[in-house]
Structures are given as structure tokens and as C-alpha cells.
Design a protein around this ligand. Structure first.
Ligand code: URA
Length: 202
């Protein structure tokens, strides 16, 4: 963890952070993953979506949310008025857990210094947390995702200059299994859009 912290805080800009993550050997998931998966989209948009971990398709293609869950995510974003490239998408883990198992809390903690530095360098106007793993990792709230979804939080960590509005929502992979829940996530995407446009202040 100390090693991740030192490497993350030494990164002065996004390219340096990407290199530091690629070079980090401290996470055991890296040994079984075929590649490091960090982001897609333009950070200049300042709308940051944070998911869980790469799955099989992401591990092959090297970008987050490019499989079935990603296709649903792109559809929901488009329907809420976001273009495919108008958001910046990442995960709390940069390597695929074997067989897409749920990541261990210790694995998430190990990557957290990189995730926090990532947020500092992207400097998003709003953050959307996709699913329970990223929500638990970043919000100090012990309740499950079905309880906290739809609520705005003032995201912060030590060293962040000012809190950032963050909304938790259901993970698109969960929505593929529970399509009736899409209407809840849909509300969250519309709220994200309104806050991003300045139409309401959470
Ligand atoms: N699920 C995630 O949480 N992230 C991805 O990148 C793909 C699927």
C-alpha cells in the first residue's frame, strides 16, 4: 500500500499516472490478467464514471466497459443526452479478477491510492459510481448499493482541494440480470445530466 501511495502521489499528470499504474507490480490480480485497463473517454469532459473491474472483454480490448455491460451503459448514457465520448470512464481495479469474481476488499484498498490520484488529476465536476464495489470503496457509507443509489454524496479524500458531488447508481451488469431495475438507474442518469448542466445543485 505504501508503494502504491508513493507511486500515485509522484504522478504529476494523467500520462504519468497511467505509466505508474502500468508499472505497479503490487497487485496480485496483475499476474492473472492479460493487460492493464485504465480508462476510456476524454477527461476534459469532467464527468467521471467509476465501475468495478475489467471483465473478459475489457481484459482483451484494454478499455473499460466494452462488453455487454458497457453496451448497456452506452445506451443509457446516450438516452440521457451524453455522447459516447462526453464522459470519462474508469474502474476501481485495473486488472481483471480471475473468472470475473468479486474483488476482495484488500485488492480494492491496494488500488485506492491510484484511484484517488486519478480523481484529483481528472478533477471532475461530477462522479457517477457504478455499483456497490466502487461505491463502498469511495463513500464512507456502510449501507448496500440498493440503499444508497440515487443519493448524492460530497465525495472527498485527504488532499482533495474541494468535495465533488458523487452519485451512486446500480451497476449495468446487475441491470442486465434485473432489467426491471433499469427505471431506477435511469432516474440517476437523468439526475447526473441535470447536475452536469448546472440545472440543479445537489
Ligand atoms: N464491469 C465493470 O465494472 N467495469 C468494466 O470495465 C466492465 C464491466
Amino acid at each position: 500500500l505504501a508503494e502504491a501511495r508513493a507511486a500515485a502521489s509522484a504522478a504529476a499528470d494523467l500520462p504519468a499516472l497511467y505509466r505508474a499504474i502500468e508499472a505497479f507490480e503490487g497487485c496480485p490480480l496483475k499476474k492473472t490478467a492479460s493487460r492493464t485497463v485504465i480508462f476510456r473517454g476524454d477527461p476534459a469532459n469532467r464527468v467521471m464514471l467509476i465501475g468495478e473491474a475489467p471483465g473478459r472483454d475489457e481484459d482483451i480490448q484494454g478499455q473499460p466497459f466494452v462488453g455487454a455491460a458497457g453496451r448497456l451503459l452506452d445506451l443509457m448514457l446516450a438516452a440521457a443526452g451524453f455522447g459516447r465520448d462526453s464522459v470519462y470512464i474508469t474502474n476501481v481495479l485495473f486488472w481483471r479478477p480471475p473468472g470475473n469474481r468479486t474483488p476482495e476488499p484488500a485488492e480494492v484498498q491496494l488500488c485506492l491510492p491510484f484511484v484517488e490520484r486519478h480523481i484529483e488529476l481528472v478533477d471532475p465536476r461530477v462522479i457517477l459510481l457504478l455499483g456497490g464495489v466502487s461505491t463502498k470503496a469511495l463513500l464512507a457509507d456502510p449501507r448496500g448499493i440498493t440503499r444508497v443509489r440515487g443519493q448524492w454524496f460530497a465525495y472527498s479524500h485527504e488532499g482533495l482541494p474541494a468535495p465533488i458531488p458523487a452519485l451512486a447508481t446500480l451497476h449495468p451488469a446487475y441491470l442486465l440480470r434485473q432489467p426491471a431495475q433499469k427505471r431506477l438507474a435511469w432516474r440517476d442518469f437523468l439526475a447526473l445530466r441535470m447536475v452536469n448542466r448546472g440545472d440543479f445543485d445537489p
